[in-house]
Ligand binder design. Sequence first.
Ligand code: NAP
Ligand code: MG
Length: 455
Amino acid sequence: MKIAVIGQSLFGQEVYSHLRKEGHEIVGVFTIPDKDGKADPLGELADLMEQHQEELATIEALDAGAVYTLALKTHVGMSIQTFRYFAGWCDKIQGSTIPINQARPNRNLTLTKKEPVGVCGIIIPWNYPLMMLSWKTAACLAAGNTVVIKPAQVTPLTALKFAELTLKAGIPKGVINILPGSGSLVGQRLADHPDVRKIGFTGSTEVGKHIMKSCALSNVKKVSLELGGKSPLIIFADCDLSKAVQMGMSSVFFNKGENCIAAGRLFVEDSIHDQFVRRVVEEVGKMKIGNPLNRDTDHGPQNHQAHLNKLREYCQRGVREGATLVCGGNQVPRPGFFFEPTVFTDVEDHMFIAKEESFGPIMVISRFADGDMDGVLSRANATEFGLASGVFTRDINKALYVSDKLAAGTVFVNTYNKTDVAAPFGGFKQSGFGKDLGEAALNEYLRVKTVTFEY
Ligand code: NAP
Ligand code: MG
């Protein structure tokens, strides 16, 4: 097979020789954008994805139950933006020159080069099938690597459509490989493979730990992990309440709660607690549950049967442990995996639903005493997760203090879910390490070579 390398020209020698050994022919190196104005495969791919955006959004609605309008704007829209953004990085990856040991008689100079790591494996979950693929793949390719992508078993379809578009974009066969299959077989093989040099993983903490171990034991491959979360959202009484209600809703119910940065727990200051709950419940009552392909649907079906079952059990456990079920808690009586938008209050710190992620449309609300900022912060941080967090307040000092203290990779202030292709995204603690998006994501797919001269 003929293989071309996208990105920069410093592709690792060991990878070249491996590919040659396997009988592939290296046909050349694209830089993006190509200096001669010839090839811009990543930009081309973004354009093609845009031309096929309705089709991609429809597939995501059918395969993942994503509401079409959200799929078009977010699942597919952000995927396109991600490829555009990283297309622009391809010719801006550079090292530095470092003066070292200038003592005579010899002079010295050190320079660093950033090289692709080689063949990368990307393993992704089912909640944003195309978007998770794009976040990792775009950075990986811009850094000059080749990639093998394993989509989730339950949602492989947009990845396959994407594969078709990569060929149309002129990306040679062999650069991007989509390998659907089970995690225990295909995913595990990638993590174990001696020629794979990096695994980019998004999924559960449990599987992430296992993959990290496999990466270490096989060939010490580089690994980045975006894992589970139980992100706290603190709502102070001095906030803009209408905005806090609106954003609080989307912090939980966005993408049917199948959102890794979903607010897993809302802490509401006592003096506005009852008003906040009343307004949220009003809003929940207005949500339109229905066919994800209908343009006026707000809330679609959950991703698959097993997930739906898990949500039912999660709610039952909440009730059993004494939390107040204000609304929802059940499957919607209609065909499909629909689960009611649910609100729990009086949730105490020791309860299961206060600690564990639901990954569904379930709002978990706890109160905190008026003025007890440090108390609520220590409760918010009392979790092994650290993916995201949020705070609503009009007090700038409070906002800055709280954003300093929250132990999470992302802090949203007076907003929520506002991710951007240019802003690094990733967790602290057992929510993993390594960033997607932004310049930081490139380094996850590069290695630094130090070259030292004496003259
Ligand atoms: P998962 O069970 O961890 O699966 C994620 C991916 O890993 C799937 O493709 C899965 O394959 C594969 N996999 C399973 N076992 C494997 C193994 N032994 N070796 C290699 N790969 C393996 O997670 P999920 O059920 O898809 O997604 C839900 C979880 O993902 C939630 O906990 C959520 O918090 C997390 N998540 C995190 C983020 C983030 O950015 N931090 C984003 C989205 C989701 P199969 O197809 O066989 O399942
Ligand atoms: Mg799983």
